[in-house]
Design a protein. Structure first.
Length: 448
């Protein structure tokens, strides 16, 4: 009987717990708060107020403080002392936090499962290394936009954080290939290195003197890796794919040093790869993308600088495709998409300036699942009647940008399709009657 009362008491306790968003809890809510989400509270909550409240909230499990950018180390110290069951913490954009606060997090042995520190610009290697070595339960870690982060700390993450599923490292300017697993042995040399005459010695940095990162385990759990705008080469990609063979989402936008060799390595992910982002990687050629499309047949979302549309059009799982500023794209490629990529839901064609209105019309007719079309900067869409189906133009655009702006969403995609169908019918009728065809902006079918 006593056991039943205890179980009922525990059940009522958990049912009574609550989530609070964009405000501080009232005094009577302190012991009931499980989730505290402060994302839009920049003007209304100070660090002092936050610290006072956190001192009385012992049952917090997830805390998001991105809306209190002035959060300090003192507040983090209070949080870690009281919230001993903390599972998730997001401090992105809290620029006042330093290694002191993060090291306090690691000292408390909290059961953290996810941690986001994007843009906490004062953090350095010791605090990130401490996270890797002490937070053994982490499945999600985001440490993007940290200008002081070097390969030393990232190597510790690869070595110790073996349960990671999501790992974001975007826009860290000091990261090089040394931060990632090596695909070769310690003494491996590149082709021809033994035979070449050695160059005169030059000064080397301590980062260059780091040995290759040789790991004896694989990151079997890693599913999402974001390395956008990092200065890595094909060597790093080869090592990553060798070490983490089940990546599903690979984000490499802005990694300007990558070439076809990187795509050859990525192709080894085969059916595991679901999303690949390679925007602004201009050294990728058509040949490598063909191999990628044939190897990774489950690709659902692709964004690359230059590609073989014909190969990608045949991917059965493709749902989102970005072809922004692919100036070599012509109507022939659009016809291939229209006939084969019938599952597309989102398509970005902005600034593909060689496309005709007829090609876009065929695309709309064939892709009946399409819910979003971006067509800004396509000259053929600057015609009467089309712009009224577009989303409103942002107020900060100049007149030329306003004229070029074309983004169609949801029902407006269907409305544009119906409008172009009527235009096509009127044109055919005009040809049959041998009378001039004049474009118009309304939906009427009569010629005059």
């Amino acid at each position: 009987m006593l056991l039943d009362k205890d179980s009922e008491s525990a059940k009522s306790f958990h049912e009574d717990m609550m989530k609070i968003t964009d405000r501080l809890p009232a005094e009577e809510e302190y012991r009931r708060v499980r989730h505290l989400i402060l994302e839009q509270a920049q003007d209304s909550i100070s660090d002092e107020q936050l610290a006072q409240v956190l001192a009385f909230c012992p049952h917090l499990e997830t805390v998001v403080l991105t809306g209190v950018s002035e959060t300090t180390d003192r507040t983090i110290v209070i949080l870690t002392e009281k919230a001993i069951n903390l599972l998730g913490l997001n401090l992105s954009g809290c620029t006042q936090i330093t290694d002191v606060g993060v090291l306090e997090i690691t000292n408390k042995s909290l059961p953290l499962q996810w941690l986001q520190l994007n843009g906490v610009v004062g953090l350095t290697d010791p605090s990130i290394s401490a996270i890797a070595k002490t937070c053994s339960r982490l499945i999600e870690l985001e440490i993007s936009n940290l200008p002081l982060l070097t390969p030393v700390a990232v190597r510790d993450i690869w070595s110790f954080s073996r349960k990671l599923r999501t790992f974001r490292l975007a826009n860290n300017p000091l990261l090089t290939d040394k931060a990632f697993p090596s695909p070769t042995g310690l003494n491996a040399l590149g082709p021809g290195q033994d035979d070449e005459k050695p160059l005169p010695p030059r000064p080397t940095t301590w980062l260059e003197q780091l040995p290759p990162l040789i790991l004896r385990h694989t990151a079997e759990n890693l599913r999402l890796l974001d390395l956008s705008f990092c200065k890595i080469t094909d060597e790093a990609i080869e090592g990553i794919v060798t070490h983490a063979p089940r990546i599903q989402t690979f984000i490499l936008s802005g990694c300007l040093l990558l070439t076809d060799r990187a795509l050859e390595s990525i192709s080894k992910l085969h059916d595991h790869l679901d999303v690949l982002m390679l925007a602004h990687v201009s050294n990728i050629t058509d040949r490598a993308v063909v191999k990628l499309a044939r190897s990774c047949t489950n690709l659902r979302c692709v964004d690359v600088a230059y590609m073989s549309v014909f190969e990608l059009a045949g991917l059965p799982s493709l749902r989102r495709l970005s072809l922004v500023r692919v100036h070599k794209l012509t109507d022939i490629g659009i016809f291939a998409l229209a006939e084969q990529a019938t599952g597309l839901e989102r398509l970005h064609l902005s600034y593909c300036d060689h496309l005709s209105l007829d090609a876009v019309h065929l695309l709309l007719r064939k892709l009946d699942r399409l819910q979003h079309l971006t067509a800004t900067g396509i000259p053929s869409l600057r015609r009467r009647g089309v712009h009224r189906f577009s989303e409103p133009t942002p107020t900060n655009c100049d007149p030329d940008q306003q004229a070029a702006f074309c983004i169609f969403n949801g029902e407006n995609v269907a409305r544009l399709r119906r409008f172009l169908d009527k235009e096509d019918k009127r044109r055919r009728e005009a040809e049959a009657r041998n009378v001039p065809f004049v474009t118009r902006s309304d939906d009427k079918l009569d010629l005059y």
